[in-house]
Design a protein around this ligand. Structure first.
Ligand code: 13P
Ligand code: SF4
Length: 306
């Protein structure tokens, strides 16, 4: 085993730490994690950990969610700059104005948002439970959905509920190329297309299955088909291959063939930074207690419904 991995495992025991990681992390990080999951599974796992320290290998809003749920634990993120274009698309002052301009609306926010945005929301959702959360709102109640306009549009179609949408998007899913998708389908006519609902409609249109990262993994693992085109961040391919060594997965390229199907924020975390996070227990997530308590309410509502 690599020396750095041995060191990480040793420090993990010494510091009474657990490593949680998202499927979009570098494969080397996925392989040292104690738990890997999608946003919902990670939020649930964070609720249950018994260790004193959580090393959260994901982006800032995910580590912040772990801190909202675990105020007494030390929550460390390997790189504090690991942000998210969706979370950044909703500045708190503009969001407050939007909420104020829509009185009587139920504010549903996708978990990819900051604690301040969560604090102004009525309920949180993830890509795993969004449909269920929307259907839980009484029919006569108008809904505002933030911050992903593509996920929002997909949910309007799926549930038939009209919603006012915030104009945010994921820079990774937005950049997938329809042209490349058509050419992959021509080359591999037996491949099924599995897509994340953060993709725009012109990509979702071709999908045989649309779901969260864990939904995509479950579908590919249970389906008897042998080939799949994957329209989400390519880190997920590592788990797909591990669980299905006999199947072939084609990552969907982005426009211009750039490496944009790797999330630049997720990929800021490295094994070296995980080691340093364990050594120093820094950088930590800190939250204002008033914001934390306000953000906790809609998050707990989601967890009750999930
Ligand atoms: P999941 O909840 O499906 O893992 O999605 C997280 C995310 O950031 C997608 O870009
Ligand atoms: Fe945010 Fe997109 Fe990266 Fe997910 S893939 S963390 S939504 S920028």
């Amino acid at each position: 085993m690599e020396e750095i991995v041995l060191e990480i495992n040793k420090l993990k025991k010494e510091k009474n730490a657990v490593i949680l990681a998202h499927y979009y992390q570098d494969p080397k990080i996925q392989d040292i994690a104690d738990f890997i999951g999608d946003s919902l599974a990670l939020a649930k796992a964070a609720q249950k950990v018994s260790e004193e320290v959580i090393i959260f290998c994901g982006v800032h809003f995910m580590a912040e969610t772990a801190k909202i749920l675990n105020p007494d634990k030390v929550v460390v993120i390997p790189d504090l700059k690991a942000g998210c274009s969706l979370a950044e698309s909703a500045p708190p002052d503009k969001f407050k104005e939007w909420v104020d301009n829509h009185p009587n609306h139920v504010i549903i926010s996708y978990i990819n948002c900051t604690a301040q945005i969560k604090a102004m929301s009525d309920i949180i959702c993830t890509s795993s439970n969004a449909e269920k959360i929307i259907r839980s709102v009484p029919e006569d109640k108008p809904i505002c959905f933030a911050p992903d306009r593509y996920l929002g549009s997909y949910l309007i179609k799926k549930t038939g509920r009209q919603m006012v949408l915030w104009n945010g998007s994921c820079e990774v899913h937005e950049t997938f190329s329809e042209k490349e998708l058509i050419s992959l389908q021509r080359k591999y006519p037996n491949a099924l297309v599995l897509a994340h609902p953060e993709c725009p409609e012109n990509i979702l249109h071709y999908a045989d299955y649309i779901g969260s990262t864990s939904g995509i993994i479950k579908f590919a693992t249970e389906n008897s088909n042998k080939e799949f085109i994957i329209a989400t961040e390519e880190g997920i391919i590592h788990q797909l291959k591990k669980l299905n060594p006999d199947k072939i997965f084609y990552p969907l390229p982005s426009i211009n063939g750039c490496l944009c199907n790797q999330c630049p924020h997720m990929r800021l975390n490295t094994l070296e930074k995980v080691l340093s996070a364990l050594e120093k227990l820094e950088p930590q997530i800190h939250l204002d207690e008033e914001i934390r308590l306000r953000a906790l309410r809609p998050l707990e509502k989601m967890l009750e419904l999930s």
